[in-house]
Ligand binder design. Structure first.
Ligand code: NAD
Ligand code: IPM
Ligand code: MN
Length: 355
């Protein structure tokens, strides 16, 4: 079997701590005969502050030529307030490799994780397809008369027919392949008449090609309400880059917090293309260096990565082991336990080994 090269970028804050546990799990799978080669990349705030490096072209070229996947812990450091290093690395990967679908499952693995009164894990099981290459993230805009009382600050919201269509198609294709009956599209077409009317129109057009799948339009503000009132009605939600970012932190709240949420940045039109896999959480500076961060989002991210590489059974094993850890209270303090990052990951990795 051909070796698959996986680049690891631990990044900042709790990134290195949760990536360390992801790496241990990947090493175990290597020991089991999975043809994986790991490549550790020293990129992030520390490196940037040392020598100005953010995301060098040689690294990007080698990733393009040789890697099957990239694992990213988290980026963001209070010593780099403008996040310039993080943008180069994160957007260098998302935009540079045209990973247009940021797929973020919102699935509660245990009843204990669901914060809503009277709700169980059966009620929290949907996936968000976040457009990942357009919107306000493109950085089109500027500042005029900066620092004066007449300052102007502009960030344009970029929505192309091509970009909107391909993420909506990806969401419907996912629904079709997974036997889902409904796709919701969330926008703000009542306020953003130009950009989001395009989303409405394309959603309708694309949806007509999938007659067995119900399509529901929802304004994103109402979506936030409905997610709290009755998350069980959602199966697949497709939305733009910014709304997808916000809605998936809310989604993380439904599944036990940011310590439980993983994501896959992929190019669904060509599934053989490399993917970028990251926990949804950030660098959580107050937790950094204390070995208290929840490593489960990171381990679930390994599951998504392995599934992308053609090993969906390992993703299921990882999810099962984490479910058991949660059910038996073998968790870090964000989930009410007293385990360290290392201990919680140890428990899960041991469980996977003996399964
Ligand atoms: P954050 O996700 O780092 O933290 C939000 C909250 O969730 C905090 O209370 C934090 O303690 C908690 N949390 C997050 N991950 C956790 C974990 N694994 N275990 C336990 N608790 C966890 O978001 P923030 O505080 O808004 O941002 C911190 C920095 O991270 C910023 O620089 C931000 O830009 C960056 N960020 C990076 C990414 C990324 O690299 N993909 C994602 C989000 C935020
Ligand atoms: C995420 C993060 C990033 C985003 C930040 C760090 C730019 O919040 O991956 O969810 O907004 O995409
Ligand atoms: Mn986010």
């Amino acid at each position: 079997m051909a070796e698959k090269l996986i680049a690891l970028i631990p990044g900042d804050g709790i990134g290195p701590e949760v990536t360390r546990e992801a790496r241990r799990l990947l090493e175990w799978y290597q020991g089991q005969g999975l043809p994986l080669t790991l490549w550790d990349l020293d990129l992030g705030a520390e490196r940037y502050l040392k020598d100005g490096t953010t995301f060098p072209k040689e690294v990007s070229d080698k990733i393009r030529a040789e890697c099957s996947a990239v694992f990213l812990g988290a980026l963001g450091d209070p010593r780099v307030p403008d996040m310039s290093h993080a943008r180069d690395i994160l957007f260098g990967l998302r935009f540079g490799f045209d990973l247009y679908a940021n797929i973020r499952p919102v699935r509660a693995l245990s009843d204990r994780l669901v914060p809503l009164k009277g709700r169980t894990r059966a009620d929290v099981d949907f996936v968000v397809f976040r457009e990942n290459t357009e919107g306000v993230y493109v950085g089109v805009g500027g500042q005029v008369r900066r620092g004066t009382p007449h300052e102007i600050a502009i960030n344009e919201d970029i929505n192309t027919r091509f970009g909107v269509e391909r993420i909506i198609v990806a969401a419907f294709e996912h629904a079709k392949q997974h036997g889902k009956k409904r796709v919701h599209m969330a926008d703000k077409s009542n306020a953003m008449r130009h950009a989001h009317e395009l989303w409405l129109r394309v959603f309708d057009e694309v949806g007509q090609r999938y007659p067995g799948i119900e399509r529901q339009h929802v304004y994103v503000d109402a979506l936030c309400l409905y997610l709290l009132q009755d998350p069980s009605q959602f199966e697949v939600v497709v939305t733009n880059n910014l709304f997808g970012d916000i809605v998936t932190d809310l989604g993380a709240g439904l599944q036990g917090g940011l310590g439980m949420a993983c994501s896959a940045n992929v190019h669904p039109a060509d599934p053989t293309r490399l993917g970028l896999f990251e926990p949804v959480h950030g660098s959580a500076p107050p937790l950094a260096g204390k070995n208290v961060a929840n490593p489960f989002a990171s381990l679930l991210t390994v599951g998504a990565l392995l599934s992308h590489l053609g090993y969906p059974e390992h993703e299921r094993h990882i999810e099962r082991a984490i479910t058991e850890a949660v059910d038996s209270g073998q968790v870090t303090r964000d989930l009410g336990g007293d385990l360290t990052t290392t201990q919680a990951a140890d428990w899960v990795i041991e469980r996977i080994k003996t399964a």
